[in-house]
Ligand binder design. Structure first.
Ligand SMILES: Cc1cc2nc3c(=O)[nH]c(=O)nc-3n(C[C@H](O)[C@H](O)[C@H](O)COP(=O)(O)OP(=O)(O)OC[C@H]3O[C@@H](n4cnc5c(N)ncnc54)[C@H](O)[C@@H]3O)c2cc1C
Length: 524
C-alpha cells in the first residue's frame, strides 16, 4: 500500500500526542525506560506503541483528506462516536464492545512487555519500584569492593556513614564548640589580582558579632618553648608529632606548617557561625572560579595523569579531587533553581554532570572521606582529652560525649578500624614533597595531613602533636561535609544517574524510533 503521510504535519502530530491511548502507552514506555529495560525490548515497545499511535494518526489524516485538518483537542472518546473511521470500522465487527476489548488487549500486551523488560534489567541495574519507591541497592553498581588505597569497602563506608558517622557528625557540628570558625577572609591572592566579588548575595559570608563568639576562644594559649622540640632547626616543624599518653595540653596558637594561612594574627580575623553559612550554591562560577581549581591542580599535580606519578603524588591528586567532588555535591544538593522566585532545591543534573558522570571523582570522594576519617581516629586520644569549653557547661558536656561516641563507636571499631593506612606512605624523614600541600591553603585537609604524617611515622614515638582549636573545628566540619556528600551520592546518585542516563537513551531511542516509523510508513 503506497500511503503517503507527512509525519512532520503539525496538526497530525498534535493530534498524535493528544490521543489518550498513545499517552497511556507512552507512560508505560517511560516506566520501562526508568526501570532500565533491556534496550532491545525497550526499543521494540516504543516502536510498537508509536506504530499504533501512527496508525490512528494516519487513519485520521486519511479520513480528513479534502476536509479541514483538525484543530484543537480530539479526545479519545470521540473514536467511539458514530462518524469516526475507527469506531465505524469496529462497529461493523460488533460495535463499541469489540473496540474496547481491542484496547484492553493492547494494555495487557504492553504491561507484559514492561514487566519482562523490568525483569531482564533487574539483574544488572539498580531499580526504582513501579510506584516510585527507591530500592536501596549499592549506591551505583559500579562502586563496590575496597576503596582504592584504603582498608574498607564501599558498602561498609555507606553503612557506617548512614548508621554512625553522619548522625553523630550532624549533631556534633551543631554544638557551640564546632559551630564557630575563626577565619581571615580577605588576603591578597598571590597568583593574580582578584576582586573577590561574586554575583549572588548568598556568596557573602554572614559574620557573627564578636560578642557571640565564645569568650574562651579569645584567650590565646601559647605553648612554652619546652613543648617544642626542634626538628632540623625549624621550630615550626616541631609541632608535627605523634601522640603520647597525655596528649592534650591546651589549645596552642601555632601556625600549621601544612598550610599557608596564618590565622594567628587576630587583627584581621573574623568569626563566622558555620551553621549560618552552609556550603551551597553561591553563584561563584565562570572563569574566575575555574581558574582557582586550575591553579590548585596545576600547582599540586602538574604531571597528572601521567603514569610517572609516584604514589604520594597520586594521593595528593585524589585528595584535591575528592574535596572538589564534595564541594560540587554540596552545590548541587542546595542549588538556586530559580533566581526570580528564590527557589532552592536539589539539582541532580548538576550533580550528575559534575561528579557522577566521572566514576573517578566519586572514588576520590570516598577515598578522601576515609583519609580524613583515619586522621580523626588516629587523633582519638587527643580529641577525647581536649577541652571543649565554650562557657556553656551543658553544651560542652554534650560535645565531649558526642566526640567519644563517634571515636569509639563499636561498629566503627569493628567494621573499619583503620580506614586508611598512612604507614605505607611518606616513610622517609622530612618529606619535603608533602609540604606542597602548604600551597593548598586548605586548613581542613592540612589538619588531616598534619595528624597523619606527623613525626617520623613511628607509632610509638613519644613526640607530641599539638592542634589548634580552629584546626580541630575545621577537621570535624570537613569530615561532616564529606560524610554529607557520601550520603547524598549514596541516596540520590542512582536516581540522578537513572534520570540522566534515561534522558540520554530516551532521546536516542526516539530518534531511532522515528527513523523506523518513517521507513515502515514508506514501505507500506
Ligand atoms: C575552594 C573552593 C570552594 C568553593 N566553594 C563554593 C561554594 O561553596 N559554592 C559555590 O557555588 N561555588 C564554590 N566554588 C566554585 C565551584 O567549585 C566551581 O568552581 C563553580 O561552581 C564552577 O563550576 P564548573 O562546573 O565550571 O567547574 P569547576 O567545579 O570549577 O571545575 C573546573 C574543572 O575541574 C575539573 N574537575 C571538576 N571536578 C573535578 C573533580 N572532582 N576531580 C577532578 N577534576 C575535576 C573539570 O575539568 C572542570 O572543568 C568553590 C571553588 C573553590 C576553589
Amino acid at each position: 500500500m503506497g500511503l503517503k503521510v507527512d509525519l512532520s504535519n503539525t496538526a497530525c502530530l498534535n493530534h498524535f500526542s493528544q490521543c489518550f491511548w498513545f499517552l497511556f502507552f507512552r507512560l508505560l514506555v517511560k516506566v520501562a525506560l526508568i526501570t532500565g529495560g533491556a534496550s532491545e525490548i525497550r526499543d521494540n515497545i516504543v516502536f510498537l506503541f508509536l506504530i499504533h499511535g501512527a496508525k490512528i494518526c494516519i487513519a485520521d489524516v486519511q479520513d480528513n483528506l479534502g476536509k479541514q485538518v483538525y484543530d484543537g483537542v480530539y479526545p479519545a472518546s470521540s473514536y467511539l462516536e458514530n462518524d469516526h473511521p475507527i469506531s465505524r470500522r469496529v462497529k461493523m465487527k460488533g460495535g463499541k464492545k469489540v473496540y474496547w476489548r481491542m484496547q484492553w488487549l493492547w494494555v495487557l500486551v504492553a504491561l507484559v512487555a514492561v514487566f519482562v523488560a523490568m525483569a531482564m534489567s533487574s539483574k544488572t541495574s539498580p531499580r526504582i519500584a513501579l510506584f516510585g519507591a527507591i530500592e536501596r541497592a549499592c549506591p551505583c553498581a559500579r562502586f563496590s569492593g575496597i576503596v582504592e588505597d584504603c582498608c574498607c569497602d564501599y558498602e561498609t563506608v555507606d553503612r557506617l556513614n548512614g548508621e554512625v558517622l553522619n548522625p553523630s557528625l550532624q549533631e556534633l557540628v551543631k554544638t557551640p564548640f564546632f559551630g564557630y570558625f575563626k577565619v581571615k577572609l580577605w588576603c591578597d591572592c598571590p597568583f593574580w589580582p582578584d576582586d573577590g566579588m561574586c554575583r549572588l548575595r548568598d556568596c557573602s559570608v554572614c559574620e557573627c558579632p564578636e560578642s557571640e563568639f565564645p569568650e574562651t576562644f579569645k584567650k590565646p594559649h601559647r605553648l612554652s618553648m619546652n613543648d617544642l622540640v626542634c626538628q632540623e632547626g625549624k621550630p615550626q616543624a616541631a609541632v608535627d608529632r605523634t601522640l603520647d599518653s597525655k596528649p592534650f595540653r591546651g589549645w596552642p596558637e601555632i601556625d600549621n606548617p601544612w598550610t599557608n594561612d596564618d590565622e594567628t594574627n587576630n587583627d584581621e580575623v573574623t568569626y563566622v557561625n558555620l551553621q549560618l553559612n552552609p556550603e551551597r550554591y553561591t553563584g561563584y562560577t565562570g572563569t574566575s572560579a575555574r581558574r582557582i581549581w586550575d591553579a590548585v591542580y596545576s600547582e599540586n599535580c602538574p604531571k597528572y595523569p601521567s603514569q610517572e606519578l609516584c604514589q604520594e603524588e597520586k594521593i595528593l591528586y585524589k585528595l584535591i579531587s575528592g574535596l572538589h567532588s564534595s564541594i560540587s555535591i554540596h552545590i548541587a544538593a542546595d542549588y538556586l533553581l530559580d533566581e526570580a522566585t528564590n527557589l532552592w532545591g536539589q539539582n541532580l543534573t548538576s550533580m550528575y554532570d559534575r561528579v557522577l558522570k566521572y566514576p573517578d571523582r566519586v572514588r576520590n570522594l570516598y577515598f578522601t572521606f576515609l583519609f580524613v576519617l583515619r586522621a580523626v581516629t588516629k587523633a582519638a586520644d587527643y580529641l577525647e582529652q581536649a577541652e571543649y569549653d565554650t562557657g556553656k557547661p551543658n553544651e560542652d558536656l554534650k560535645t565531649q560525649s558526642l566526640i567519644k561516641h563517634l571515636l569509639y563507636h563499636p561498629k566503627l571499631q569493628a567494621a573499619c578500624p583503620v580506614p586508611f593506612d598512612e604507614a605505607k606512605l611518606w616513610k622517609g624523614q622530612g618529606c619535603e614533597k608533602c609540604r606542597l600541600w602548604g600551597k593548598l591553603q586548605v586548613l581542613r585537609l592540612g589538619t588531616a595531613l598534619k595528624i597523619l604524617f606527623s613525626g617520623d611515622g613511628q607509632e610509638n614515638s613519644v613526640q607530641m602533636l599539638h592542634l589548634q582549636r580552629n584546626e580541630v573545628i575545621a577537621l570535624m566540619n570537613l569530615l561532616n561535609r564529606i560524610s554529607e556528600s557520601v550520603k547524598f551520592v549514596h541516596e540520590m546518585g542512582p536516581t540522578a544517574e537513572r534520570i540522566m542516563e534515561g534522558h540520554l537513551s530516551a532521546h536516542t531511542t526516539l530518534i531511532i524510533t522515528w527513523k523506523k516509523i518513517w521507513s515502515y510508513v514508506l514501505k507500506n
